[in-house]
Design a protein around this ligand. Structure first.
Ligand SMILES: Cc1cc2nc3c(=O)[nH]c(=O)nc-3n(C[C@H](O)[C@H](O)[C@H](O)COP(=O)(O)OP(=O)(O)OC[C@H]3O[C@@H](n4cnc5c(N)ncnc54)[C@H](O)[C@@H]3O)c2cc1C
Length: 320
């Protein structure tokens, strides 16, 4: 006679990892459908609305509604997930957060997004400094203070488009210095940006150090730059802000105990229906596809949620 197996009680229908646009859009669909959900992650206003100039569009209103409505519907854990393990009986997953608390769910929507690459390794001070200051930077530019901004960036057209936009829309008296380790490919936007006397493009240079305020370590005072090749001296450039635009990498470390497949950029691989190879694990947003804009991230969150609904319904049909 086969041994009786005891099913582990499972607390939630769906766990969502990440409170960005993808995770919140997924949660909205799941809650509306009537499934029980728990959403993990430090609640965080979507980054850099301002860059897209999208503040007053209907899309932004919709996004703000998602933010307003979601926290509170379904359970919320303002911690990061550190590990996800399949339950032994195969009926779901245990999610362990950074406080070592464990919660169980029948399926998981992975929407943990990406983290910007930092020039400064794991030093949280500088990551913090660079990314929280973007808000101040925009304000400074909008208010037409004369500032000097150093952008350390990959030599790609979007970098130049951003620079052009900053100069055109905000920077009457401000100066922008772009440091990149390679050369920009010839393009019309390169010609336009080069012709602007407020922009100084320093190709084939590396940033060698950051000089910060002695007391307020998070405040940048200058950078030192050096030509990538040859024995040239370091040059000091006094500046008010440093912005790094070096791309991002997906937040997937917590998935190591699952057989989720990762691509060459460590993004979560799924089929066209947002399903990973692990049954009951779905992925959406920039953790799956980067670059990915907000609208696409929300769309994917909703699609992944619909897959999660079908999955839970199928489980229910099997086990009345
Ligand atoms: C500099 C920059 C400018 C941008 N500008 C625009 C723009 O103007 N317009 C536009 O449409 N898009 C823009 N984007 C893209 C936009 O930010 C993304 O498309 C969108 O944020 C992706 O949403 P997401 O939910 O997939 O991921 P994210 O927004 O990254 O959200 C993921 C969330 O998961 C959380 N998380 C991470 N790890 C864990 C974990 N282990 N456990 C729990 N939670 C976790 C994170 O804290 C984060 O809150 C920009 C992106 C960057 C980097």
């Amino acid at each position: 006679m086969a041994a009786a197996t005891t099913e582990t009680p499972v607390a939630y229908d769906v766990a969502i990892v990440g409170q960005g646009p993808a995770g919140l859009a997924a949660q909205e669909v799941l809650v509306e459908y009537g499934l029980t959900t728990v959403i993990f992650g430090p609640w965080q206003v979507v980054r850099k609305f301002d860059w897209a100039g999208m503040a007053d569009t209907p899309f932004m209103t919709e996004l703000q509604d998602v933010y307003r409505n979601c926290p509170g519907s379904g359970d919320e854990v303002r911690h990061k997930v550190t590990t996800i393990r399949p339950l032994e009986d195969g009926n779901g997953f245990t999610l362990v957060d950074q406080e070592q608390a464990a919660r169980t769910a029948r399926c998981v929507v992975v929407a943990s997004g990406t983290t910007p690459r930092s020039l400064f390794g794991d030093n949280p001070q500088f990551t913090h400094c660079v990314f929280t200051k973007i808000q101040d930077l925009t304000e400074a530019l909008v208010n037409k203070f004369h500032i000097t901004l150093v952008i350390v960036a990959a030599a790609i057209v979007p970098t130049l488009l951003l620079v052009e936009r900053l100069v055109r829309h905000y920077g009457t008296g401000s100066k922008i210095i772009v440091s990149t380790t390679t050369k920009f490919e010839p393009s019309m936007v390169l010609d336009r940006v080069r012709a602007d006397s407020n922009v100084d493009l320093r190709e084939e240079t590396v940033l060698t150090s950051l000089v910060t305020d002695e007391e307020k370590q998070a405040d940048v005072r200058a950078v030192t730059l050096k030509a990538e090749t040859g024995d040239s001296e370091e040059t000091r450039v006094n500046c008010d802000y440093v912005l790094t635009l070096l791309g991002t990498f997906p937040n997937t470390a917590y998935l190591k105990e699952l057989d989720v497949a990762l691509g060459d950029k460590k993004q979560v691989l799924t089929d066209d229906h947002y399903c990973t190879p692990v049954s009951g694990v779905f992925a959406a947003g920039s953790v799956r596809q980067s670059p990915c804009d907000l609208i696409e991230a929300m769309h994917q969150g909703r699609c992944a949620a619909k897959q999660a609904i079908s999955y839970v319904e199928a489980l229910r049909r099997r086990k009345p």
